[in-house]
Design a protein around this ligand. Sequence first.
Ligand SMILES: Cc1cc2nc3c(=O)[nH]c(=O)nc-3n(C[C@H](O)[C@H](O)[C@H](O)COP(=O)(O)OP(=O)(O)OC[C@H]3O[C@@H](n4cnc5c(N)ncnc54)[C@H](O)[C@@H]3O)c2cc1C
Length: 454
Amino acid sequence: MDKIVNVIGAGLAGCECAYILAKNNIKVRLYEMKPKCKSEAHHSDDFAELVCSNSLKSEALTNACGLLKKEMEMLGSIFVEAAYNARVPAGQALAVDRDIFSKYITDKIKKNENIEIIYEKVEDIDKIEGIKVIATGPLTDEALMNSLQKILGQDSLYFYDAAAPIVSRDSINMDIAYWGDRYDQERGKDETIEDWQERLKNTPEADYLNLPMNKEEYEAFCNELINAEVAQLHEFEKREIFEGCMPVEVMAKRGIDTLRYGPLKPVGFTDPRTGRRPYANVQLRVENKEVQSFNLVGFQTNLKFGEQKRVFSMIPGLENAVFERYGVMHKNTYINGGKLLDNNFCLKENNSIYFAGQISGVEGYVESAASGMMVAYSIIKRFDGEKITFPEDTMLGSLAKYVSTENKNYQPMNANFGILKPLEKKIRDKKEKYGILAGIAQESIKKFKEECLK
Ligand SMILES: Cc1cc2nc3c(=O)[nH]c(=O)nc-3n(C[C@H](O)[C@H](O)[C@H](O)COP(=O)(O)OP(=O)(O)OC[C@H]3O[C@@H](n4cnc5c(N)ncnc54)[C@H](O)[C@@H]3O)c2cc1C
C-alpha cells in the first residue's frame, strides 16, 4: 500500500493528524479551502485557527482537559507544543496568543517535506483516491456534506448541537434523588406504603434518577432561570438552532407552569420522602454504561456556563453537582460516530475513510486535535498491518471509546472524568480521585507509547 494519506481540512484536527503522519514518514496531501473560501467563523489565512476563545482550558492534571493535553504532549502533539510557544498569562488555564499559535503550526506544516498543501475546497469525496481523513470541522459546508451523506446515509449526520448538561453521579445528593421511571416508580392506587417501599428497594437502579421539587423550590428556580444570562449566538446560528430545539430558559419564559407541564412533569412519580406526588420533577438520564454520569433531561440550554452552574445547582439534589459538561447550543456538523465509526475513527463500512475533529463527535479545541492525533497513529499502525486500541484508562482512549460506542442519545463529547474507566475503589474526595486517575492515565500512555507506537 502506498504510504499516502489525504487529509481534508487544515484546522486543529487536520494539522495535528498531518503533522504526526509526516513526522512518521508518511506522505500527506493536506487540502485546505482557505484563504479562497472561509466559513462564517474563520477569519485568518493561517491553519489551525482558534475560531472563538483563546483558552485551551486548565493545565491542572486533576482537570480532564489538562490530563488530555498532558497525554497528547507525551505522544508528540504539535498542538500542545504550539500552545506553550504562544502562551499568555491566564492563571491555571493555558491561554494563547491565537495568531502566534496558528502561525507556529502553519510554519511547521508548510516546512515539512512530507506534506503537500493543496489549496482547494473539496466538494466530492469520491474524487479523492486512497485513504482520506475528513477533518473539515463543525461548519463543513453543504456540498461536502451532500457527498458524505451519500456514503453515510440520511440519518447519520447532525447539523447543530443542542445538548443538556451532564453531572457526575457521585456529586448528586442521594438523600434527595430517587431511582425510577415514570409510572413504574409511582405508588399504585391499591399499593400499601410498605409494599411500594419494598418494591422500590428491590429495583434500586432504573434508567432515571429523579429530583423532586416542592412549589417554593420550583418557583425560585424558574425565577432565576428566566433572568439568567445567556451566551451570544452567532447570526448564522440563530435560525437553525432555535427552529430545531427550544432551550429550557426560553420554555420557562412562556409561563410559570410551562416546565411543570413539560420536561419537569411530576405525573407518574411519588416522592419517597413524602409519599406524595412532587410539585415538579427533574429527571436525570443515565449517560454511560458504568452509570457514572447523568444528563438533565430536557435541559438543552444556551445559558452561560457559570449561570448553568449557579441556576441548575438550585435544583434540590444538585446543590454540590459537578458539571462534567455544560449544555451547549451551536451550529455543529457531526456524524453519528457511535453507529458509524470504529475506535480508530475509521468508518466501519468503508475503511478508506476516517473522521477527525469536531465532525467525528468530539467537542472542543483540544479534543479535536486529540482525535486528529489518534487518527494519525491508527493509520501509521495500519501501514504496519496492525490495529491499535487507545487504552481505556486514558483520556484519549476514553474519547475514542465514547465516539465509537452506540448511544441512542448520541451527542458530541468533551474530555471529562465521567467517561474514563472508573476506579475499583470508591474515593469520595474529588481531587484525590482525579489525581489517582491522572496518574494511572499517564502510566498507561507511557506504556502504550513504548509497546504499541515504537
Ligand atoms: C463558532 C464556534 C465557536 C467555537 N468556540 C469554541 C471555543 O471557544 N472553545 C472550544 O474548545 N471549542 C470551540 N468550538 C468547537 C471546536 O472546538 C472548534 O470548532 C474547533 O476548531 C474544531 O476543530 P476541527 O479541526 O474539527 O475544525 P476546524 O478547526 O474548523 O478546521 C476545519 C478546517 O477545514 C477547512 N475546510 C472545511 N471544509 C473544507 C472543504 N470542503 N475543503 C477544504 N477545506 C475545508 C476549514 O477552512 C478549516 O480550516 C467552536 C465552534 C464553533 C463553530
